[in-house]
Design a binder for this molecule. Structure first.
Ligand SMILES: [Zn+2]
Length: 184
């Protein structure tokens, strides 16, 4: 059964919750609601400027805002959801073709993702360990539900280890003989 959301705006509590965020130095928690199943945090970035993705010039001219909804790692047995306010800036460089750009919060999430970067890493690890169907069951148990197809997509997107010549090697003697380890 889902209860009505409870609203929390106490500054000290929000400061504590901010401490649990992936990028607490640049995110501000404006309020929090919770039900018996989910905690929802409203977040906004506090950096005064953002760099244009085309010309890299910083801009402080906020033109508009929009909300992204992201799943994060659970807290105990509670699902956690972010309502992240993303700012659109006007590029300060008149010569730049990119007039408007949305701020990138690379340590929090990736463009178009539906979850935080750390939640995606957790799902990728589950998928690599268990595969699609068993991984999806496990993700539901861990309050980070997703589908087998999404897990398989995350696995396919996992970068392969680089294959190249080793840059360093070390040999150690052990009971089984000489062991050579190579660092890339
Ligand atoms: Zn620009």
């Amino acid at each position: 059964m889902t209860t009505e959301p409870t609203f929390v705006a106490d500054a000290q509590l929000l400061a504590l919750f901010r401490h649990l965020l992936p990028e607490r130095a640049t995110l501000h928690c404006t309020d929090l609601t919770y039900t018996d199943q989910q905690i929802t945090l409203s977040l906004i970035a506090t950096t005064p400027t953002s760099s244009c993705r085309s010309c890299q010039n910083p801009s402080s001219r906020v033109r508009s805002r929009y909300i992204r909804t992201l799943a994060d790692l659970p807290w105990g047995d509670q699902r956690v959801c972010y309502r992240l306010t993303v700012r659109r800036f006007r590029c300060a460089n008149p010569a730049c073709a990119q007039q408007i750009f949305a701020e990138r919060l690379a340590h929090v999430t990736q463009p178009f993702a539906r979850r935080t970067t750390r939640a995606g890493a957790e799902l990728r690890a589950i998928g690599l360990a268990l595969g699609g169907n068993a991984g999806a069951r496990r993700s539901r148990q861990q309050r980070l539900p997703t589908s087998p197809a999404t897990l398989l997509r995350l696995i396919r997107a996992t970068p392969q280890p680089a294959i190249g010549s080793p840059t360093q090697s070390a040999s150690t003697s052990g009971p089984g003989g000489v062991v050579t380890t190579m660092a890339r």
